[in-house]
Design a protein around this ligand. Structure first.
Ligand SMILES: C[S@@+](CC[C@H](N)C(=O)[O-])C[C@H]1O[C@@H](n2cnc3c(N)ncnc32)[C@H](O)[C@@H]1O
Length: 275
């Protein structure tokens, strides 16, 4: 994709996540919040640490990081979607937290000088960036030497468990099937190579098991509207959306048995050091 295509894709992404923000991670039993805490613990942030959380969303890693770094530390959250930053700011204010700042910014052009942070976190977003190498190079640039990076990504289990729904929507929109294609960086070696190429060392990757429980077909539909696939659902007209919704309900009933439906959602937690 050229620079113009990337710009348009980013604008569309920011719109989708802004509209998803009020319900994001609040429909099913928390997934992102739980794994955000796991990532913060895996990276290990002590009091006084200066942290940048890239693509922070509504704060899944911001809040646990803020608790670990304490009053002497600072957590800066950046995200492309203004709606996510609005929800995060409201929550920070509501909780009276004083060591968190946030702003709208792009992971590929981080608006901070070199060597500004002791730790950089990026939860479930690296695969959304059109130029992930550029983003990883930016993470490296803003980290102090010896600084730590923490990244979370999905295992193939996540794309495989929801592939049928993606295909239903793609078919309804007249888009080609994705075949066996899964989400980028769902193989540990992919991320290892990308981190090495961006100058990181001491890379460690851990699998974190997670299950998402869905109460029924309506709950499933609501969940899909609260996450990234919303970007495709928004293109369905009302009648086609109704057909997709009914087909999804039939699939859930036939393939996953009586509700509640359980989805395996294991993820990778990765930590690395900036050389
Ligand atoms: C799946 S959400 C993850 C949010 C949060 N880190 C979490 O774990 O809940 C992906 C986030 O990436 C953000 N995003 C996508 N592209 C971005 C970019 N180029 N720069 C900054 N944020 C971006 C989206 O707006 C969205 O909030």
């Amino acid at each position: 994709m050229g620079d113009r295509g990337d710009k348009e894709a980013k604008q569309a992404m920011a719109g989708v996540f802004s509209r998803a923000a009020p319900h994001y991670d609040r429909v099913v039993t928390s997934f992102f919040d739980r794994l955000g805490t796991d990532l913060v613990d895996f990276v290990g942030l002590g009091p006084g640490t200066q942290v940048l959380d890239v693509a922070c969303g509504r704060g899944a890693t911001v809040f646990p990081a803020s608790a670990r770094v304490g009053e002497e530390g600072r957590v800066v959250g950046i995200d492309l979607a203004p709606g996510m930053i609005d929800v995060l700011r409201d929550e920070v204010e509501r909780l009276g937290i004083s060591n968190v700042e946030s702003r709208v910014a792009d992971a590929e052009t981080i608006p901070y000088p070199d060597d500004s942070f002791d730790a950089v976190l990026c939860g479930f977003a690296l695969f959304f960036f059109p130029d992930s190498h550029r983003a990883l190079t930016e993470f490296h640039r803003v980290l102090t030497p010896g600084g730590r990076l923490g990244i979370s990504t999905f295992t193939p289990m996540v794309s495989e468990g929801l592939a049928w729904f993606g295909e239903l929507v793609r078919d309804a929109l007249g888009m080609p099937s994705r075949g066996d294609e899964t989400i980028q960086f769902d193989q540990p070696d992919q991320l290892k190579d990308a981190l090495n190429a961006a100058g990181f060392s001491d890379i460690e990757i851990q699998r974190q098991s997670c299950k998402v429980s869905v109460l029924g077909a309506d709950h499933f539909w609501e969940w899909m509207w609260s996450i990234g696939i919303r970007g495709m659902l928004e293109h369905l007209d009302e009648s086609t959306a109704g057909s997709v919704r009914r087909a999804a309900a039939t699939h859930l009933d036939n393939e996953l048995g009586p509700p509640p439906y359980s989805f395996d959602a294991d993820s990778w937690l990765t930590r690395a050091v900036r050389v």
